[in-house]
Design a protein around this ligand. Sequence first.
Ligand SMILES: [Zn+2]
Length: 637
Amino acid sequence: MGTGIGIDYDKVGLKAGLEIHQQLDTRTKLFCKCPTTLRDNKDSTYSFIRYLRASKSEIGEVDRAAREEESYSRTFLYKAYDSTCLVENDEEPPGELNPEAIDIALEVALMLNMKVVDEIHTMRKIVIDGSNTCGFQRTALVATDGRLTTEEGGVRIDSLCLEEDAAQKIETTGNMVVYSLDRLGIPLVEISTAPDIRTPEQARKVAEQIGMILRSTGKVKRGLGTIRQDINISIEGGARVEIKGVQNLRLISEIVKNEILRQRKLMELKDELNNRGARVEHRIEDLSSIFKDTESKVINRAGGKVFGACLRGFAGILGTELQPGRRFGTELADFATKYGTGLIHTDELPAYGIDEAEIARMRSVFNASESDCVVIVAVAERAQGEKALRAVLNRAEAAMRGIPEETRRALPNGSSAYMRPLPGAARMYPETDVPPVEIDAQRLKAISSRLPETFEHRVTRYKQQFGLNDELATKVSRSSNFNLFELIVERYRGKGVSPTLVARTLTDTTVELMREGVELENLTEQHLIDIFRLLAEHAFAKEAIPDIMRLIASEPELSVERAIEEIGLRVSIRDVERFIEDTVALKRDFILEKGERAVGPLMGIVMAKYRGKVDGKEINRLLKTKVEQILKGESDK
Ligand SMILES: [Zn+2]
């Protein structure tokens, strides 16, 4: 049973699915020979402009998302480089599907236990935000019907597609959206799960597992922006919503929780509005004269025109919080933002330099009572103001019917903002420029014979082979250091270095040091190997490992040997032996009297000198040997 923020997830009827987009680390793009690296420098070699129109589908309908996008009448400017070609510009047809990308997609599909299609067909999927120069994205279904297991239950993987990445949005100024073409055409795999996810935590775990599988191929791009998660969410009585662009795995469960909150709150608002008999008036009034001498910078800066409308019975509703940092008013404002303006409403006034007299005059235009809410937009032109307000009024009216299905954009704090309506189904058309690719059994066999070890398999192996506990086996398997872990264990396990210590050092100790602010990126794999080599040679005691790592991180030019000396840890095992011999000689009578029980008290003397510098076990071993020699020597006499 799921808990958290007081919500029982079994009762909200959560159904969530993930769509994961991962860039592949191929040499060239999906349909041309351009490189797949993003440019640091976005100074374009040349640029060009396109206007996109919502085209009718083959059955004569214009998609609702496409229609809305067209209403913004945007212009798109594309930055092209010497590292992009005419394919990205949509001036030359695409080439064949990149075989390197197909192989990686097949590898991932096999690791997800999916059924691979016999023939890969490239399709066109309409995109309406200008992120592709041709007005559609090319996508090719590679496999279907996979499955993952989590503690909360199984999750089906519906499909794996090979896709071209979109152009990267650089900025929006007024009606102009600027895109950079370096990212357009980088191969992606898109993995879609069925809506089988039942709790926010399960959503995070599924994303984590898929991420692990992708990384284990060693053939996917790493770093910010190279993997993007979209989440489909619906709850009982709510609506299906798609939240796009989650870049941080840790945010996934937050996003799901916050969407549940939003939908539940919207259901409450709907009942409240209907109980109040609320009503949206579609009469838009020009309020510019009220504000002609206003002190409000927001209004003056916008261009001097103000338009308003009245939401009857909505008082207090716009100020209601739906998600962290977002009120119902913010939700409405998203619609005004689409037309390049903000929204101001009486729930939040006085504010923005708008005074009581202006508020009173606004209210009087609409004959608004205390239970009503007046909304205004400040704009330069009437047409812009009317479009923005109409979108806001439609959204307010929809709140009285329920929750709209929509596509939303993930925000960094785990909330989300309106993006566009959910696109309708059937937006796919065959891409006739790209020939289909047959997948023969030979190719699949070759790929399946060299599949990397799965995460689950590695965890089990680490437990059996190295005696790690479940928690540690999971941690080290998941870390990027697992290869290093195996190498160190292989070399020094036979010399007394415990696999558990190596695993702890590479996971927990590393995390603790990073939290302290230690710059661990200065530490090379060779440093870590040397630390365990010297530990195996008893050059220091294991308790000193964090100190050695700390010192090397701050002075990376030091060798591990030098670091040990600097910390004053360098103790030759010969010195220790000598000290033990001296001690034993001095306490000879005591040893003869106590026999083997003398080892304990003598340990105290030796440890007082070498604690933290030499492993206690090692001292104990040496001491026992020397004591035994004395006892044996005596009995031989
Ligand atoms: Zn190209």
